[in-house]
Design a protein around this ligand. Structure first.
Ligand code: LLP
Length: 429
């Protein structure tokens, strides 16, 4: 009854002779014993495969990994070495990418409110492009570019195409009522193009849009492509960026287009519309989400007769805030028997001092679940670690990459001393 659907697990997940979960040839229970829980376990070949699919579909330089989904130096290096460029949305993301040895020329800087410091950082490093989001940013870049010896990287303009993606309101960005980009409908987009084209220091290479995240419906992308094609064709610019946003299945019954299908839909639409620019995309979730599981240890099981069963684990909203933020659904299963019947309804909750600290609101779990069991949630590779926090001074989990029977630690678990690393308290003051 209700076994975990196989398609939610990383590509290289399997079941060992003892019935327990293996990923990338490594026993997940052994990983938990070695690195502790909570633990993010990434199937490295799965990540590499999705990067390759993106590069195969869109071409070298046209497949840009949105690092906000999941970033550490190993991930930056992996995506770059598989032929992707990197979308960085802050100075911090740029810093991590550069620290991993990714050349600035492979990075594109995004953000609706980049500081002068971040713009200077991008200029000094020499990023491939800056995606400009507002008239204030155009002013800022013009002032920076007017200084002697300063060359501003090429710019793209972020356009709000007026297309609403069918996704959660908080992660939908293409509609008119948005903090992002230049509005197409009210003429701001055309005015921004004129401003940049007449600037003596800015070099416009293209336009950009991003309609939202976790979009399942290929028609929304095709619609955005059409609106952007109509706007950009007369401009005759070298680049057209159609953003990220491809969704992934999180729970039983969900289905999303593959990266290859997404590529065909977008590129066919652009070709049919007569786009001559190089078309690129910025997938984040579609690269990283399904590559990882999070492993937790069950600490308490509380039955409230007639109400529900609560299963508390040793992480929570600090390693996966998505259920709290967006009401996102997840599945849960046990490491010792991942495809067991899940006959019991339960709510999987974290250890934070907050009733809303829910990881899986309506989980199905095996009847024999007990305290001490290793429980995992699949499809947690995107926007989990990257949106994690230290709420309640809970330390952030470790991250391991597994491949061909080997595990490598890419982010160590934080220590209590890490919690004091930025704390400048001096006794007596
Ligand atoms: N490009 C731009 C300009 C973006 O703003 C984003 C995501 C992406 C690409 C990548 O989108 P993806 O392919 O990953 O859907 N925290 C939310 C998602 C926020 C996405 C923000 N921008 C979540 O957990 O669902």
């Amino acid at each position: 009854m209700n076994p975990l659907p196989r398609n939610l697990l990383p590509d290289n997940a399997a079941v060992a002779d003892d019935g327990s979960l293996i990923i990338g040839g490594v026993s997940v229970a052994d990983l938990a014993a070695e690195f502790g829980t909570p633990l993010f376990v990434y199937d490295e070949d799965h990540l590499r495969d999705r990067c390759r699919q993106a590069v195969a579909a869109f071409g070298h330089q046209s497949a840009v990994y949105a690092t906000k989904a999941f970033l550490c130096r190993a991930m930056a290096d992996l995506a770059y070495s598989e032929g992707m460029m990197l979308d960085v949305a802050s100075g911090g993301e740029l810093h991590v990418a550069l620290s991993a040895g990714v050349p600035a020329s492979a990075c594109v800087l995004h953000g609706n409110n980049k500081s002068v410091f971040e713009l200077e950082m991008a200029i000094d490093a020499g990023v491939h492009a800056i995606v400009v989001d507002s008239f204030d940013e155009i002013d800022r870049l013009e002032r920076l570019g007017a200084q002697p010896g300063v060359t501003v990287p090429s710019v793209l303009l972020r356009i709000t195409p007026g297309v609403s993606a069918h996704t959660h309101e908080f992660i939908s960005t293409g509609q008119n009522d948005s903090k992002f980009g230049f509005n197409l409908e009210n003429g701001d987009a055309a005015r921004a193009v004129d401003r940049v084209r007449t600037s003596s220091v800015l070099n416009l290479i293209g336009v950009h849009c991003h309609i939202g995240s976790n979009v399942f419906d290929a028609a929304s992308f095709a619609k955005a492509a059409q609106v952007m094609a109509e706007f950009s064709i007369p401009l005759d610019l070298p680049e057209l960026v159609l953003g990220g946003g491809l969704g992934v299945p999180y729970v039983a019954g969900e289905e999303a287009p593959t990266i290859s299908t997404w590529g065909s839909v977008l590129l066919d639409a652009c070709e049919a519309l007569g786009v001559r620019s190089r078309v690129s995309v910025e997938p984040g979730r579609a690269i990283a989400a399904a590559a990882a599981i999070t492993v937790y240890t069950v600490g308490t099981v509380k039955d409230i007769p007639g109400v529900r069963r609560y299963v508390s684990v040793d992480g929570g909203m600090s390693d996966n805030p998505r259920p709290v933020l967006y009401g996102s659904g997840y599945e849960a299963a046990l490491v010792r028997d991942p495809f067991a019947d899940r006959s019991v309804a339960a709510r999987v909750v974290g250890k934070h001092c907050e009733s809303g600290d829910v990881l899986v609101a309506d989980a199905r779990l095996p009847e024999d679940l007990e305290v001490g069991d290793l429980l995992f949630t699949p499809v947690t590779g995107a926007y989990g670690h990257s949106m994690g926090s230290n709420y309640n001074k809970v330390v952030r989990p470790a991250v391991v990459f597994v491949r061909n029977g080997d595990a490598r630690l890419v982010v160590r678990r934080e220590t209590y001393d890490d919690l004091l690393a930025t704390d400048v308290f001096e006794a007596g003051n």
